[in-house]
Design a binder for this molecule. Sequence first.
Ligand code: NAI
Ligand code: MG
Length: 398
Amino acid sequence: MAKRTIVAMPGDGIGKVVLDETIRVLDAAGFEADYVEGDIGWEFWKKEGNPLPERTIKLIEEHKVGLFGAITSKPKDEAFEELSSELKDKNLVYSSPIVGLRQHFGLDICARPCKTYKGNPLNFIRRGKGSDIEEPLVDVVIFRQNTEGLYGGVEWSNPNEKVYDALMSHPKFVSNFGDVPKEEISVSTRIFSKNATERILRAAFEHAKKYGYKSVTLCEKPNVIRETSGMMYKMALGMQKNDFPDIDLWNTNIDAQMMWLTKNPEDYGVIVAGNMFGDIVSDGFAGLIGGLGFACSAQSNPDSGIGVFEPTHGSAPKYADYDTSIVNPIAMIESACMMLDFINEDEIAKKIRKAVAEVIEEGKVRTYDMMKMRGKPDVVDNGAASTKEMAQAVIAKL
Ligand code: NAI
Ligand code: MG
């Protein structure tokens, strides 16, 4: 098979170091690929007024598969402040390049696995009977609709007349907001399309089937958000009945799910949700398996075969300039394993996952988060592994 080319998009802050270390791990595991660097992030916003340059889009179009570190996003006013002076009069508005990537390539299927590693000191524990302490084994994959819903970007403050009139045609708007001055109204819509809803549901069921999970849990709020969550629930019921009769469909409300998270996380398998609730519930589960240093994700469009793989964490700017990087590269390494799954390099993915699991279980090499230290430049002197040392430990196991 021809050698793969992967678009490596370090982005900002710690994105660069976790991506570099991950590529070292991929090399050591025998994954043969060329990497081309894709520009993305704050630096390009400041210099070029575009955090997602067209050349990066072209690279992804050409090579299809990208590894992405993390980016920095800042609020509107700050974004304008930092824009280079010759671009300030060009009416540029910052928008998140990662959201841009999702929308441009229709990367509507986001998968976020949260699986307990044996021996991870950050694993969630709970009180059992009497004075027992239990450490439930979490093995959940959250499927989050990645392009629509509350993050779809259809929103207004002081909406224009047309929008306002449309809102006023709804009796609930009239009774709840009819006497609020228009200038004081902000609206963010939550739009679900049937097609995208069907795709995320199907991806979740297919995954459950392929990997032997016994249930798919729809985590929305259909009793209150009747149109969008309601449609999703109805479609899930139909799909389960017609196409996946051997898999149970559970229906939980997002608020209750967050409460059950710590009561019985081991009961859940595949979870599926819209964009925002998927974001929330996946962060919740990630907290049970070690948090941001362990939370990986895949976003893909199965039709075009385009996929971008990234840790859930951000650019952690406060750690970006340390002489020795202290952040945990495991989330990025695991994201790369999801990339390998996506391109059918299952064997290499398996090898890397095994190596990571061994390092964690052995417990000799632990980054500061695993040692429950506060992230400070001196953590390495106090026994924590640096980013590089953690990657090196994984490589040694390989
Ligand atoms: P963050 O995820 O960058 O960091 C929050 C905290 O989590 C850090 O201070 C650190 O204590 C911990 N942490 C994060 N990654 C870690 C790792 N690999 N190992 C150990 N500990 C880790 O989130 P924050 O501080 O809210 O945002 C910083 C910037 O990142 C913002 O500009 C934000 O917009 C952006 N961001 C970007 C994301 C992306 O690129 N997908 C996602 C989330 C935030
Ligand atoms: Mg999040």
